[in-house]
Design a protein around this ligand. Structure first.
Ligand code: NAD
Ligand code: MG
Length: 313
């Protein structure tokens, strides 16, 4: 009897020890500026960045929060979408990632990590500025996963241009097509498959709330993403489908180094935030998990910020 009690006490002490998390100073947890200039052609590869971003490859630990769920994540090869894909798989979900053909090597790394997590991962490459491809992407995801209950509209296009006078119609069109039309086409195709309890998550930005002067077209599209979330949440609430968004501040991803910022701004990227550095994609993953998890069931029509101390919401 005495020894059983002792054994029980030891295991509870061990559990307590495991629960202790050492404090991590958010200012110094990740690389700080200055960074080196590192131009890449659009869409850019995460593997070529210096330093290579942290998408949670070595750190994200799942606890089964999304076991058996089926997620489609656009732009899941790199950046914020990759962090969400890794986290979802480690939480027990099967995941389809969408990306451009030029990003196959980044995508392959993510698919290997999903398989390593013991889940099914599939890649579907193609250009979401085409409506017919958006329809194919959703149909392909439904086929591979046997359905969809998490849709993450995350792919995005951002090119900094100093003057409105220098934004070409082609450039404007590319930003609008990628950031506004594609989520519309993809969501429209996915809706018939979404049952009550399913979720839609959009990656917006701080840009709708505090737009940069050189992101005139992009900021407008990210404002449209906020309206998408707030309108669709009202439309789909009565159907039991939740719609939320994430508004990141500066995050270290290929979107930024491939023209999202001018190269001199890359050197100082994130310095102006109160934390003094850019966010890493891994630091946003748990927000995407929370918004997909059944435990977040009263959150719909919300925008969750993660911006290092400045910006809204
Ligand atoms: P990222 O470059 O890693 O991801 C963007 C992805 O979009 C690419 O990987 C690509 O696969 C996809 N994409 C772009 N054009 C496409 C097209 N025509 N067809 C198919 N896929 C296409 O960069 P990220 O920063 O992780 O971007 C993800 C989202 O985060 C974007 O919506 C972006 O607007 C938003 N965001 C980023 C930041 C930041 O500082 N990095 C801040 C706020 C919001
Ligand atoms: Mg990419």
């Amino acid at each position: 009897m005495g020894s059983m009690f002792k054994a029980r006490r030891k295991s509870s002490m061990e559990m307590t020890e495991k629960k202790i998390q050492s404090l991590e100073d958010p200012r110094t947890k990740y690389p700080q500026p200055p960074f080196v200039k590192q131009p890449q052609a659009v869409p850019g590869l995460a593997s070529k960045m210096d330093p290579v971003p942290d998408h949670g490859e070595k750190t994200y630990k799942g606890t089964g929060r999304l076991t058996g769920r089926r997620a489609l994540i656009t732009g899941g090869d790199s950046g914020i979408g990759r962090a969400a894909a890794i986290a979802y798989a480690r939480e027990g979900a099967d995941v389809v990632i969408g990306y451009l053909p030029q990003e196959q090597s980044d995508a392959d790394e993510v698919l290997a990590l999903i398989e390593e997590a013991g889940r099914n991962g599939f890649g579907i490459s193609g250009d979401i500025t085409s409506e017919s491809f958006c329809v194919e992407l959703v149909a392909g995801a439904v086929k591979k996963l046997g359905g969809i209950d998490i849709l993450v509209n995350n792919a995005g296009h951002q090119q900094a241009v100093d003057s409105l006078a220098d934004i070409s119609s082609e450039g404007f069109d590319m930003t609008i097509k990628t950031n506004i039309y594609a989520p519309f086409w993809i969501t429209k195709a996915a809706l018939p498959h979404l049952e009550p309890g399913s979720v839609i998550i959009s990656t917006s930005s701080v840009q709708p709330y505090d737009p940069s002067e050189n992101l005139f077209d992009y900021a407008q599209t990210k404002a449209a993403n906020v309206a998408f979330v707030k309108s669709l949440a009202k439309q789909l609430g009565p159907k039991g489908i939740r719609v939320n968004g994430v508004a990141p501040g500066p995050v270290w991803t290929p979107l930024q180094t491939s023209g999202g910022q001018p190269q001199n701004a890359i050197e100082e990227f994130g310095k102006a935030t109160p934390l003094g550095r850019p966010g890493q994609p891994a630091e946003l993953a748990s927000i995407y998990v929370q918004l997909a998890d059944n435990s977040g069931s009263y959150a719909t029509g919300q925008i969750y910020g993660a911006a290092g101390g400045s910006g809204h919401p």
